[in-house]
Design a protein around this ligand. Structure first.
Ligand code: GTP
Ligand code: MG
Ligand code: ZN
Length: 318
């Protein structure tokens, strides 16, 4: 924003166009400017100094760039983020290191398959905990319903509906639920995540055929232990409402994604109404007497399966 007294005397194109980072790779950034051009940029040294090393500029960041005569650009300024999707890892002496994955995220879609690969619900809980810890709204997408039918899919994922997460049942292969997914992506910045082979890229290709994301054979991906999609990238949505979506590799290293122990219970939304009711205010909800969370599990208000995930995460068990 320029004040009127500083306004340039001639009405030429702005010297520092604004845009959003779509790709970031070893010091190079692709910025989509607000007038629709893609400019390859580097980060101005001054900007590097101002920001912390892990946190320089990531996909989803809104930036101002200076254009150079050769058509490339320099990132002059990174705007403040309103949210982020990041991974925190424990560092030395109780410190935390934060790896930013995507900035300014409005929602996370956690994709699991109903079969092939079989849904691993404890892993789903971990993805949801990460979304909650980032304070980003999460939706569960149960893909490949064609393999098991809707009734079985609801048995598998119904717990999440009861907790209050939106659950989308979809089949990228048969086009089921694809329109609803397109509506959900419209006008927002979304991160799509989930294990390898569940059909994240196939679903996004169904929503927007022009994307042509690489997709892989499940067994091949699992046996090689690697993802078809290898780096996160933000894709502009071309439908009238706009928006952006990041197809991420399945974050296999999710186990490293630790949450401070005393914050974990807050990442299970169905625990939250009970958290004030424990006898000890530093209750771990593992063994203490008169624990309101365990009482809620016994009373059927908190699903035992979710409590089990909490317990294992808290104890660092697989
Ligand atoms: N039966 C069935 N197969 C599907 C469906 N969606 C995707 N697939 C298949 O599942 C396999 C994996 O799909 P991808 O889209 O590559 O999976 P991904 O989640 O992007 O995997 P990574 O990139 O490795 O993380 C491919 O063979 C797809 O054809 C579906 O709805 N039903
Ligand atoms: Mg993929
Ligand atoms: Zn408790």
């Amino acid at each position: 924003m320029t004040s009127p007294s500083l306004a340039a005397p001639c009405a030429a194109a702005p010297a520092e166009p604004a845009g959003i980072i779509l790709r970031a790779r070893s010091g190079f950034y692709t910025v989509r400017t607000d007038d629709g051009r893609d400019v390859e940029c580097r980060l101005r040294g001054r900007v590097k100094k101002e920001r912390q090393a892990t946190d320089l500029a990531v996909i989803g960041d809104r930036v101002r760039i200076g254009l150079l005569p050769d058509g490339t650009g320099m990132i002059e300024e990174v705007e403040e983020r309103h949210s982020r999707f990041s991974r925190r890892q424990p560092g030395p002496r109780g410190t935390w290191k934060e790896d930013m994955l995507v900035a300014n995220v409005d929602q996370v879609l956690v994709v699991f398959a109903c079969a092939d690969p079989m849904p691993h619900l404890r892993m789903l809980d971990r993805f949801l905990v990460v979304a909650e810890h980032n304070e980003v709204a999460a939706t569960v997408v149960a893909n490949k319903v064609d393999l098991v039918g809707l009734a079985r899919a609801r048995e598998l994922f119904g717990t999440y509906e009861r907790i209050g997460y939106p659950v989308h049942y979809a089949s990228a292969r048969e086009g089921i639920g694809v329109e609803e997914l397109a509506d959900r992506l419209c006008g927002r910045t979304s991160v799509v995540t989930g294990p390898s082979g569940v059909g994240k890229s196939t679903l996004l290709n169904a929503v927007q055929p022009g994307l042509r994301l690489a997709t892989g054979d499940v067994s091949e991906a699992l046996h090689k232990g690697r993802h078809t999609t290898t780096s996160a990238e933000l894709h502009p949505i071309t439908a009238p409402g706009g928006g952006y979506v990041a197809d991420t590799p399945g974050l296999r290293e999710l186990g490293l994604w630790q949450i401070p122990a005393d914050e974990l219970a807050w990442c299970f939304p169905e625990f939250v109404p009970h958290l004030g009711g424990c006898a000890f205010n530093d209750c771990s909800h593992l063994h203490e007497p008169r624990c309101a969370v365990r009482a809620a599990v016994d009373g059927g208000e908190v699903p035992a399966q979710r409590y089990d995930s909490y317990r294992r995460l808290r104890l660092n068990e697989e």
